[in-house]
Structure formats: structure tokens, C-alpha cells
Design a protein around this ligand. Structure first.
Ligand code: BMA
Length: 363
């Protein structure tokens, strides 16, 4: 009863004093604010699939040995990454495990656990090809996006897929029942043409319609914990006009990232990522957005000083929020591994004042 009298009274008083009652921030707005604050002190280190497996261990092969608490990052530097990335590929099919054999129950638990220890979490999604039944990398048909859009032959199926993703996201709440804030990063690397939503596989208009279809569906479901991240791939030649072609829009994106791997020479990588971060940091400043290296790395760490010699000097020059090394599996690895030649270099990098692991962001 007290509440009913009290709250309108405050509202009346505030209005009388000329100020409106402050609207409570959504969970994603709170995450945005936290990222903005953290960014003023440096940038965060992230790792994909960090708690599930490493180069020399697996916590997902034998369900009786989940290897809880393990992390190549923690074993190398004594701390968890500040950011952990997880992938939803396969959830759209109703699968129990994702495309890298990680049970969704583990993704659920580890994502919440990382949030509860104060970390930041990000979700990507490599959905299968709804038209051909192939993987996300099946680019044999260039009408997939068109067929997903309203009126297309795969539209109803895709609605069901979105529903399955949404159902999973709706289970991601902390112990107090509050939805976990998540950097959500769909339809990535879209300036390349290796995913069915890539540049040569759909028009710019179709790409934006695809983005909106998913985002509008999730907005209708009233998720307020998703911070939307747009992350094309390393490009080296962005212009405002070309970038804008597929950019979903300021009202639809909070963080602009890019996936930046060194596949060729060090010189090419540094010049491309520098050009891109010049562009992205200026764009982000003008549009009020955060920036990040949403995926990055040197496959199989063929250079043991790459972190501090190649990557870190570039990142130090830009106001990035975080960088995320892709996964450490026995097939491919990008992050630190205890005892391996690049472990010392990793420790040197994360001991820099401006490079943050988990303990640095929860102090
Ligand atoms: C790719 C590779 C694949 C993996 C996929 C999703 O970059 O690592 O092996 O299945 O990401 O994690």
C-alpha cells in the first residue's frame, strides 16, 4: 500500500521541481555504460570457448570429466580472460551440441558463470544453411538470404530457427533471475563471401533486411540484455560509402568490431588492421559507438612474439574495448598455452597496465 502512495508522490515532486523521473537503464544500456567506462582504462583480453577445451585437454569429450574451472588462459597467466566468447551454431536445428561439439548446457552454465564472476560475454552464431542443409560456409547458392526474407521459401523455417535461438537466450539469467548482459554478434564477416550471408551472396538491401528480421524478432520478444555488435572482416580499404552499404544503422548497432586474423604476411596484416582501425575509430567517434577486435589471432601461433611485437602495438593506438582470440582446439589455436613458446609473450602482453584480464575489470 505504502508503495502506491509513495511512488506517484515522488513523480509529482520531481515534475514539480522541473525534472522528469529517470527512466531505468536497460541491461544492455548498463553493459554499454560499463564498456565505455572500462575503455577509458585500456582494453580487455578475450578468448573464444575458453572454459571448454584447450590444445591439450578437453572438457567436452567425456561428460564424466567436464574439467570444470580449466582455462588455457588461466593456466598461463593465472587469471581468466575478461571476455569469453561462445557460439550458437547448431541451436537452430535443435541440436544438443554446437558445431564444435560443445553441449549447449555447458555454454549455458559457463556463460552465466563468467558473468557472475564479473566477466563480459559475447555470443556469435554460425547457423547452418537453411536452403541447402549445408554449413554456414556453404555458399553454393546465392539465393539463401532472399529465401529467408518474408515471402521466401525458407521464411517459416527461419522463423522457427530464430525461435530456438531466442528460447536459449531467454534461459540466460543469473542467480537473481536477471537476464545476463550479452554482446550479440550475428551475421559477421559479411564483407567476405565465405558465409551464406556474405557480400557476393546477397545484396546490401537483403543483408540489412536479414539483420532487421532477426533484430526485430528479438526486439518484439523484449530482450533488453542484448548489445548488438556489427563485425565485418579485416578489409584494409574501408571508405565511408562502402562501409555504410551494409551497416545496419546507428539505431541498430552499439559496438562495431572487426575480425582480424593474420593469414598472410605480418606487414600486410599490420597495414590493413591499422587502416581499418583508423577508419573504424573515426566512424565510431562520429556515430557514438564502441569498437573492438571481435575475433583475432595468428593461427597456431607460428610466431612466438606475435602478441607483443605485432598485435599489441597496433591495439595500443586505438580506443578498442576488447580483442578476442579465437578458440584453442587441437585442430587450431590462437590463444595462450602453458609451457608453449608464446606463453611468455602472452604473459608480457597481459601484464601491461592497459591490457585487462578478468581481475582488472572487477577491482
Ligand atoms: C571457425 C573455425 C571452425 C569453427 C568455427 C565456429 O573459425 O574455428 O573450426 O567450427 O569457427 O567456432
Amino acid at each position: 500500500m505504502k508503495q502506491y502512495v509513495f511512488l506517484p508522490l515522488i513523480a509529482v515532486l520531481m515534475t514539480a521541481c522541473g525534472s522528469k523521473p529517470v527512466k531505468e537503464m536497460t541491461i544492455s544500456e548498463q553493459l554499454e555504460q560499463r564498456l565505455q567506462q572500462l575503455q577509458t582504462q585500456g582494453y580487455m583480453m578475450g578468448h573464444q570457448d575458453d572454459p571448454f577445451y584447450g590444445v591439450n585437454w578437453s572438457g567436452i569429450e567425456d561428460p564424466s570429466k567436464p574439467e570444470l574451472g580449466r582455462s588455457d588462459t588461466k593456466e598461463t597467466c593465472g587469471d581468466y580472460p575478461a571476455v569469453m566468447g561462445f557460439d550458437l551454431g547448431g541451436i537452430e536445428m535443435g541440436d544438443a551440441k554446437n558445431l564444435d561439439s560443445v553441449p549447449f548446457t555447458r555454454i549455458h552454465d559457463e556463460l552465466i558463470a563468467h558473468h557472475e564472476r564479473g566477466g563480459i560475454v559475447t555470443l556469435s552464431w554460425h547457423p547452418r544453411n537453411p536452403l541447402t542443409g549445408g554449413t554456414a560456409w556453404d555458399v553454393s547458392d546465392s539465393t539463401v538470404v532472399r529465401n529467408i526474407l518474408p515471402g521466401g521459401s525458407q521464411h517459416e523455417k527461419f522463423r522457427q530457427w530464430m525461435g530456438r535461438v531466442a528460447n536459449f537466450i531467454s534461459t540466460l539469467s543469473d542467480s537473481k533471475g536477471r537476464p545476463v548482459p550479452i554482446i550479440f554478434r550475428p551475421w559477421h564477416e559479411n564483407n567476405g563471401s565465405w558465409f551464406w550471408w556474405g557480400e557476393k551472396l546477397c545484396t546490401a538491401k537483403e543483408y540489412k533486411q536479414l539483420w532487421n528480421l532477426l533484430q526485430d524478432d528479438f526486439r518484439q520478444r523484449r530482450f533488453d540484455n542484448l548489445l548488438w555488435s556489427y563485425s565485418p572482416n579485416l578489409d584494409g580499404q574501408w571508405t565511408e560509402a562502402r562501409f555504410m552499404q551494409r551497416y545496419p544503422g546507428d539505431d541498430r548497432v552499439t559496438l562495431i568490431g572487426e575480425d582480424a586474423y593474420q593469414w598472410g604476411t605480418e606487414e600486410d596484416f599490420v597495414s590493413q588492421v591499422t587502416a581499418d582501425l583508423d577508419f573504424l575509430s573515426a566512424f565510431a567517434k562520429n556515430h557514438g559507438k564502441l569498437i573492438a577486435l571481435t575475433e583475432c589471432g595468428l593461427k597456431n601461433m607460428t610466431d612466438s612474439t606475435w602478441y607483443t611485437r605485432v598485435l599489441q602495438p597496433v591495439m595500443d593506438r586505438y580506443p578498442i574495448s576488447y580483442f578476442l582470440f579465437w578458440r584453442n582446439s587441437h585442430e587450431e589455436f590462437f590463444g595462450p598455452v602453458l609451457g608453449q613458446p608464446w606463453a611468455d609473450d602472452f604473459n608480457k602482453m597481459v601484464s601491461s597496465k592497459n591490457v585487462h584480464t578478468l581481475k582488472d575489470i572487477i577491482r
